[in-house]
Design a protein around this ligand. Structure first.
Ligand code: DSN
Length: 416
């Protein structure tokens, strides 16, 4: 496998094969990760990587763009169809790049932005002080309620009344419940703020129609293409037609140079796949698996933040198990289970320690795992956390995990 890399760069080859083996032999429960199709991988490794194409289809600053124009136009049209959007820009290199473009299309540095508190499930690009968002805008936060752990819309509205943000950035990287986009739009309109929704985590579920879409409510919708959407690593912007020109100009030349045409081609493949009935079935199973896994963990004494999930992820409070998120991440990794530590709302622990882990089902569902496997996985998680101090026990669990993984090959003909 990867013979040309092997010939040219044996050191790198070892790392790539190591990663292939890691993906095949371990359970990937990081909520933001997934396995792309081979068609997406092929597009990513195609000759389109050789082409400069600054500008947009039909309006480039380089010659020879007739074929990459086709790829980008396909991606644009499919993204619009998939999400029912009037405009799509498929050039952002990442979700954060998409968010930079969204902010700078609508507001100016120094303006106030309302975003979800990072430790309640928000994202760095929604206002972390070290991120561009926190450095260039005045950030005020919305929070989840201490009691319900659901977004506190009343408190958010009071903050808006007091702070008068110019833009509400809604969306999260660790919030398992449904966002009330319509309510946020009403609040935004009442206080003359723009509404931007970052659906990076929910995009696949939204495309499949099993999670509410913000497209009709938001001025701009941003996303990544590699999480539930199962495409290449990259960003996406959707909007009303009225913002098309300013978004395109802000993204290029405002925020980026040459687009990554191989990634854009892979986005086109991803959107085509997402338009298929099989993708809808996949997303239904992602949700089913997440709910089953949450119930199985609850049955083993784990508290799920907000009591459950309406999407592909859940936030697990580990305090009753006397282990931090940091230590759980380490123990689970030794047991062949990959998760990330994550703060829970009102977490007494600092962000590098945390009281929780975030778990997601997109990747294991792509492998074909179903309800019965969720019960087994919850059992392995519990066994690993119970035996956190015993490397021998954790190694034994890793063998059982590998046994489960062997039944669900990701790329059956990729030989390690
Ligand atoms: N870091 C991503 C996640 O894991 O949710 C968001 O950028």
């Amino acid at each position: 496998m990867y013979e040309e890399i092997k010939k040219t760069d044996p050191q790198l080859h070892k790392a790539v094969i190591g990663e292939l083996a890691r993906q095949q032999n371990k359970l990937e429960l990081i909520a933001s990760e997934n396995y792309t199709s081979k068609a997406v991988l092929e597009a990513l490794g195609s000759v389109l990587t050789n082409k400069y194409a600054e500008g947009y289809p039909g309006k480039r600053y380089y010659g020879g763009c007739e074929f990459v124009d086709v790829a980008e136009q396909l991606a644009i049209e499919r993204a619009k169809k998939l999400f029912g959007a009037q405009h799509a820009n498929v050039q952002p290199h990442s979700g954060t790049q998409a968010n930079i473009t969204a902010y700078l299309s609508l507001i100016k540095p120094g303006d106030t932005v309302l975003g979800l508190n990072l430790s309640h499930g928000g994202h760095l690009s929604h206002g972390h002080p070290l991120n561009f968002s926190g450095r260039y805008f005045k950030i005020v936060t919305m929070n989840v309620s201490k009691e319900t752990e659901l977004l506190d819309y009343e408190e958010a509205e009071k903050t808006i009344e007091k702070e008068r943000p110019r833009l509400i950035m809604a969306g999260a990287s660790n919030y398992s419940r449904v966002w009330n986009w319509a309510r946020l739009k009403k609040i935004a309109d009442a206080w003359k703020a723009y509404l931007v929704t970052d659906v990076a985590h929910y995009a696949g579920l939204i495309a499949a129609g099993i999670y509410p879409s913000p497209v009709e409510y938001a001025d701009i919708v941003t996303s990544t293409t590699h999480k539930t959407l199962r495409g290449p690593r990259g960003g996406l912007i959707l909007s009303k037609a009225v913002y098309a020109k300013t978004i395109d100009r802000t993204n290029f030349p405002g925020n980026q140079g040459g687009p990554l045409m191989h990634a854009i081609a892979a986005k086109a493949v991803c959107f085509k796949e997402a338009l298929s009935p099989a993708f809808t079935e996949y997303q239904k199973q992602v949700l089913k698996n997440a709910r089953k896994l949450a119930r199985e963990l609850q049955a083993r004494g784990y508290r799920i933040v907000s009591g459950g999930t309406d999407c592909h992820l859940m936030s697990v409070d580990l305090r009753a198990k006397d282990i931090t998120g940091k230590d759980a991440e380490i123990a689970l990794d030794k047991a062949g289970i990959t998760v990330n530590k994550n703060t829970i709302p009102y977490d007494p622990q600092p962000p590098m320690v945390t009281s929780g882990i975030r778990i997601g089902t997109p990747a294991i569902t792509t492998r074909g795992m179903k309800d019965r496997d969720m019960a087994a996985i919850a059992g392995y998680i519990d066994e690993a956390i119970t035996n956190k101090g015993s490397d021998k026990a954790l190694k034994g669990i890793a063998e059982k995990v590998k046994g489960l993984c062997d039944k669900f090959p990701i790329y059956p003909d990729f030989k390690i």
